[in-house]
Design a protein around this ligand. Structure first.
Ligand SMILES: NC(=O)c1ccc[n+]([C@@H]2O[C@H](COP(=O)([O-])OP(=O)(O)OC[C@H]3O[C@@H](n4cnc5c(N)ncnc54)[C@H](O)[C@@H]3O)[C@@H](O)[C@H]2O)c1
Length: 289
């Protein structure tokens, strides 16, 4: 690749919602050299978000993953308590508030009124329809999905989710920024579950059905995929990690949009009802205590 074709990152970025994902997104763009403004709901939450970014930077520095000292990178990160404080000249604004359509639409429409015409707005939703989130916007051609994975600094993938209204140049700018982060983009047409959740959940549901039918035990099913197909993590272990409740919610959404093949197995419902939600509580399909 010659010098001219090396993708460069955006110079100014806004992030709405500085929780687990938003703090990670702010961290990686700041590490790349961007000025980042993280918007939270109120001043106190904004300070918490700043602490999360600082913690993430300290970890990255410990692992030798930061080119600049963490305090230098942190100086590029400002926090604010309201969407109106987004920088008008931001090239990119990523929304990462909780997975509730009404909250997302509210902050996105507000953000659109604050930023310039050329700013690309992106949602980090893992399951909502980008087309529906973008419907109330005045510039749907500047809106798409940028689906980062957790933990953001370490994950290699960003799913770029494209509704039919988005302009090609907005997609290309976003793809360049993803590559500038050292990550790989996959472009996916806006559809339920995008590519990752749709395939990942399907594999997980089938593994649960196999467990229900007594085909093999959880360890054997996971080993089969880890050793036989070189998946880094088997489908049941991965369901434990994501959380059985989270997986059930996504499966219900895909069931209602894509049909019977995503019907959640009874065993998944039973485990969620019993509070066996996976690693976060110590037990799911495996014992994590
Ligand atoms: N956690 C994951 O593994 C993961 C992975 C990919 C995508 N996502 C998606 O990313 C989004 C955020 O998830 P998360 O895990 O970071 O959630 P989180 O709860 O950790 O963070 C959400 C943050 O948004 C803030 N917030 C709420 N309302 C706000 C508002 N009106 N304005 C500004 N900030 C507001 C909250 O205070 C909180 O800090 C969701 O859409 C989720 O589906 C999550």
């Amino acid at each position: 690749m010659n010098e001219a074709s090396v993708p460069t990152g955006p110079k100014v970025v806004g992030v709405i919602g500085g929780g687990r994902m938003g703090a990670g997104i702010a961290q990686v763009f700041a590490a790349l050299g961007a000025r980042v403004v993280v918007v939270e709901s109120g001043e106190e939450a904004a300070l918490d978000a700043r602490r999360r970014v600082a913690d993430g930077l300290a970890k990255a520095a410990d692992r030798g993953k930061l080119a600049d000292p963490p305090e230098t990178v942190l100086e590029r990160v400002a926090v604010a308590g309201a969407v109106d404080d987004l920088p008008a000249h931001a090239e990119l604004v990523v929304e990462a508030v909780p997975e509730r359509p009404e909250s997302k639409v509210e902050v996105l429409t507000r953000a659109e009124a604050v930023v310039g015409d050329e700013t690309v707005l992106a949602s980090n939703t893992s399951s909502l329809s980008i087309t529906e989130l973008g419907a109330p916007l005045n510039r749907p051609e500047r809106f798409l999905g940028m689906h980062f994975f957790n933990p953001v600094p370490a994950s290699e993938l960003v799913e770029v989710v494209t509704p039919s209204a988005v302009a090609g140049d907005a997609v290309e700018r976003v793809r360049g920024w993803v590559r500038a982060l050292g990550k790989t983009d996959v472009v996916v047409r806006d559809s339920p579950g995008f590519a990752t959740s749709r395939l990942g959940v399907m594999l997980g549901l089938e593994a649960i059905r196999m467990l229900e039918e007594g085909v093999a035990d959880a360890e054997a099913i996971d080993n089969a995929m880890e050793l036989g197909y070189r998946h880094p993590m088997g489908p049941l272990r991965s369901t434990d990690l994501v959380g059985l409740d989270v997986r059930l919610a996504i499966a219900e959404h895909l069931h209602s949009t894509l049909g019977e093949r995503f019907a959640p197995p009874q065993l998944l419902r039973d485990k969620v009802a019993a509070g066996e939600l996976g690693r976060k509580v110590g037990t799911g399909f495996h014992d994590w205590s």
